[in-house]
Design a binder for this molecule. Structure first.
Ligand code: WT7
Length: 645
C-alpha cells in the first residue's frame, strides 16, 4: 500500500486513535519512519505547555523538499506534481512534473544562494497563484531560508508591518497578478511597502502581467535573468543538482501572519519535521488520497490552507495538486465545475463562503459539466451551515461523495478535527471526530472540564487541546511570550483555540465559532481591534467599535460603529473615505460592510466598550440587550438601536 499509515475502516480509526493517545511516542515514531531523514531522531517528543516548549523528532535531520520532491523522482519523475489552471481559461494550462519541479526548485535555491540568502534568513513572498510561487516557497525550504508568504490582497502598510516584524532581507514578487478581470500591481505595492524599510536588500521580480514596474538599481533584480544564470550552475552532465540544506527537525520552516484579538498580526512559526509529518498524515487520512488522484484545493497559498494542502501535504505524499490562479466567478460562476470537468478532479477542497456564493447563481452554471470524476469533497474555514452542506452534497457530490468538514487553524498547521472521507461518518455541520494524536477538551471560564450534558446529551464549552500534535505552533516570531499569553495562558496546561464548541455523546464536535474578539469573514480571520485601528487612522474619526454580524455569503460581515467629528451632509461620501483608509491600512478584505455613525458608544464606567450590546444591535436582536444600567450613558443605546443599518 502506498501509505501504510492510511486508516481505511472505522474500527481501524478507533484503534489508531486509542494507540495515538496511549502511546504517542511509539505512534509517531512509526509514522515518521515513512519519510526521508538525513539522520534519525533520538527521541520523539519533549514538551510542556507552560513555557510553552514543543519539540518533535529531537535531533532528527531532514530537508522537507527532499520529502516533497527528490524521493518521488525515481518512480514518479514524469508524473504531474502541479496542474496549473490560469486565470484566463484561454491561456495554456501548465503541467509541472516532479522532474520539472525538482529542476525549478534547485534553480531557485541556487538563485537565492547567488543573491546571498542563507539558512535562517527571512524571505517574504508576495506573488499571485502561479507555479513560480511554489518554486519560490520550496526554493527557500531547500536552502533553509524561512519563507513568509503574504496574501496578495494585503496593502502596502500591512506588508511593511510584516517585513519589519520578520526583519526580512529578501522579497520575491511579481510585476502583477491576474485575478478575474483585475490586474493587481504587486511590485508597485511592494515599492510602497519598502518606503522607509531598512532590512530588505534584494527584491526578485517575476514577470507575469507585463504591468510597467520601476526597478531600483542595486536592489531589484529580474527572476528570469537570475534563474537563467542559475540554470547553468545547477545543470551538470544533463543532471540537475542543488544540495538540500540539512535542517534540524525543529528548525523553523516558515512564518505566516494571522490576526488575533490584539491590533497586531502574529507571525505563527511552524517547524520543519513536525509540520511535514502532520500535513502529510492529515492529507492522506482526511482526504483518503490515492496515488494518481487529482486534488484541487481552492485556497490561496497566502493562507495556511494553501501552504498545507496545495503544497506540503500533497507533494510530500507524491500527489497531484491542482493550483488555480483565478476566482470562482470569472469569467462565470461555472469556473470551478469547468476545472473539475477538464482536469478530472477527484478531490475538491473549498470554503463554505465559496459554496454559498456559488449557490446564489443557481444550477445553470453546473449544467453540462461532467463532475463524475469527483470522489471526495471538503470544506474549511468556518462552520458550514446545513443548507450549504446539502447543496454541495446534492449538486456537486450528487450524493455519492463524502464531505469532510475539516476544523483547524493557522496555528495548528493542519487538520485537527474532521471526519475521514468515507471512513468515519459525516454529519452535516459537524467537524466530528479528532484526528489520531489530537485530544480536545471543552472547558468553562476557569479551565475546568465541562462534563454536564444538556437534555440532548450535548456539552458546550471553550475548545482546548490537551497535548501537542506534531505541527503545534512553536512560537510567534520574535516574541515567544506573546505565543504563551495568546494560546497557553488562558487555561493551565492547555492549548486554547479561541473557538467555542459542542460535543455529543459519541464524541463528535461541532464548532460554533470564535469566542474572542476575532471575526471570520469569508473564512479569513480579522481582529476587531485591527479593523478599529485602521478606521481610527482616518482623519475625523474620533473612535470606533467593530463587531461581526451574520452575513448570508461571508458567514460574518463587519459592522462598524463610528464616532465622526464633523459629519457633513453626505454621509455616504464619508463612508467611502473610511473604506479607502481601511483598504490602505489593511487591504480590501477588511472593509466594513456597514458603517453606522453614532454620537457615542456604550461604555462601562471604567471606559470599556460593551461589545455584547453592539453585537446584539448589529445582529438585529434588540429585544433583550441585558443590563444597560451600568453604562456611563444608558441613553446612547436607544440612539444606536434607532440608527441601525
Ligand atoms: C479559525 C481559524 C484552517 C484554515 C482556514 C482558516 C474557523 C476553520 C473550521 C470548520 C468551523 C472553522 C475557526 C478557527 N474554522 N475551519 N471546519 N468549522 N470553524 O484558518 O485563519 O487560522 O482561522 O477558522 O474559528 O479558529 P485561520
Amino acid at each position: 500500500m502506498a501509505y501504510p499509515y492510511q486508516i481505511r475502516t472505522l474500527d481501524q480509526y478507533h484503534q489508531e486513535y486509542k494507540r495515538s493517545v496511549e502511546n504517542p511516542e511509539e505512534f509517531w515514531d512509526e509514522v515518521a519512519s515513512n519519510f526521508q531523514w538525513k539522520k534519525k531522531w533520538d527521541k520523539v517528543l519533549n514538551w510542556n505547555f507552560k513555557e510553552p516548549k514543543v519539540e518533535w523528532f529531537i535531533n532528527g535531520k531532514l530537508n522537507i523538499t527532499e520529502n516533497c520532491i527528490d524521493r518521488h523522482l525515481a518512480s514518479m519523475g514524469e508524473k504531474p506534481a502541479i496542474i496549473w489552471e490560469p486565470n484566463n481559461p484561454e491561456e495554456r494550462v501548465r503541467i509541472v512534473t516532479y522532474n520539472r519541479l525538482h529542476k525549478r526548485v534547485c534553480q531557485v535555491a541556487q538563485m537565492l544562494h547567488n543573491l546571498g540568502v542563507k539558512k535562517g534568513d527571512r524571505v517574504c513572498i508576495y506573488m499571485g497563484m502561479i507555479p513560480e510561487l511554489v518554486y519560490a516557497v520550496l526554493g527557500c525550504a531547500r536552502i533553509g531560508a524561512i519563507h513568509s508568504v503574504i496574501f496578495g490582497g494585503f496593502s502596502a502598510q500591512s506588508i511593511a508591518d510584516r517585513l519589519y516584524d520578520a526583519d526580512a532581507e529578501f522579497i520575491i514578487t511579481c510585476d502583477g497578478a491576474f485575478r478575474g478581470n483585475k490586474d493587481i500591481p504587486l511590485k508597485s505595492i511592494i515599492d510602497d511597502a519598502l518606503i522607509g524599510n531598512r532590512s530588505v536588500k534584494k527584491v526578485i521580480v517575476y514577470t507575469r502581467t507585463r504591468t510597467p514596474v520601476s526597478m531600483l538599481k542595486g536592489r531589484d533584480v529580474w527572476w528570469e535573468d537570475e534563474m537563467e544564470h542559475a540554470e547553468h550552475q545547477v545543470e551538470k552532465d544533463g543532471k540537475v543538482y542543488f544540495p538540500a540544506e540539512e535542517m534540524d527537525a525543529e528548525d523553523p520552516l516558515f512564518i505566516l501572519y494571522t490576526s488575533g484579538s490584539t491590533g497586531k498580526p502574529k507571525g505563527v512559526v511552524h517547524s520543519s519535521a513536525g509540520y511535514m509529518v502532520w500535513t502529510n498524515y492529515t492529507f492522506v487520512n482526511t482526504f483518503q488520497y490515492q496515488p494518481g488522484d487529482v486534488h484541487f484545493c481552492t485556497a490561496d497559498i497566502g493562507w495556511i490552507t494553501g501552504h498545507s494542502y496545495i503544497i506540503y501535504g500533497p507533494l510530500s505524499a507524491g500527489g497531484t495538486s491542482l493550483m488555480f490562479e483565478g476566482i470562482p466567478t470569472w469569467p462565470d460562476a461555472g469556473r470551478f465545475w469547468d476545472i473539475v470537468d477538464r482536469h478530472k478532479v477527484n478531490i475538491l477542497y473549498t470554503a463554505p463562503t465559496a459554496i454559498r456564493s456559488l449557490m446564489g447563481f443557481g444550477l445553470d452554471p453546473i449544467k453540462g459539466k461532467d463532475l463524475s470524476s469527483l470522489r471526495i469533497l471538503g470544506t474549511v474555514g468556518e462552520p458550514i451551515n446545513e443548507e450549504a452542506w446539502h447543496w454541495y452534497d446534492d449538486n456537486i457530490g450528487k450524493n455519492r461523495c463524502p464531505i469532510v468538514d475539516t476544523w483547524w487553524q493557522t496555528e495548528t498547521g493542519g487538520v485537527l478535527i474532521s471526519n475521514l472521507a468515507g471512513v468515519t461518518p459525516a454529519i452535516p455541520s459537524w467537524a466530528s471526530l479528532p484526528l489520531p494524536g489530537v485530544q480536545p477538551i471543552l472547558v468553562d471560564e476557569n479551565g475546568n472540564e465541562i462534563t454536564e450534558r444538556d437534555e440532548n446529551g450535548i456539552i458546550k464549552g471553550n475548545l482546548c487541546i490537551k497535548a501537542p500534535w506534531p505541527s503545534t505552533i512553536r512560537t510567534t516570531y520574535g516574541d515567544h511570550e506573546r505565543c504563551r499569553t495568546n494560546y497557553f495562558s488562558a487555561y493551565e496546561n492547555l492549548y486554547f483555540t479561541g473557538d467555542g464548541a459542542m460535543k455529543d455523546e459519541k464524541g463528535n464536535y461541532r464548532i460554533t465559532g470564535r469566542v474572542d474578539d476575532v471575526l471570520n469573514v469569508s473564512g479569513h480571520r480579522l481582529g476587531t481591534a485591527e479593523v478599529e485601528n485602521a478606521i481610527n487612522m482616518h482623519a475625523g474619526v474620533v473612535e470606533s467599535a467593530v463587531v461581526g454580524y451574520p452575513h448570508d455569503i461571508k458567514g460574518q460581515g463587519v459592522y462598524a460603529f463610528v464616532i465622526f467629528e464633523h459629519l457633513h451632509s453626505d454621509e455616504n461620501l464619508t463612508r467611502q473615505d473610511i473604506l479607502q483608509t481601511v483598504t490602505r491600512i489593511i487591504g480590501p478584505i477588511a472593509k466594513p460592510d456597514k458603517i453606522q455613525f453614532v454620537s457615542g458608544l456604550p461604555k462601562t464606567r471604567s471606559g470599556k466598550i460593551m461589545r455584547r450590546i453592539l453585537r446584539k444591535i448589529a445582529e438585529g436582536d434588540t429585544s433583550n440587550l441585558g443590563d444597560t444600567t451600568t453604562l456611563l450613558d444608558p441613553g446612547i443605546v436607544e440612539e444606536i438601536k434607532n440608527g441601525r443599518l
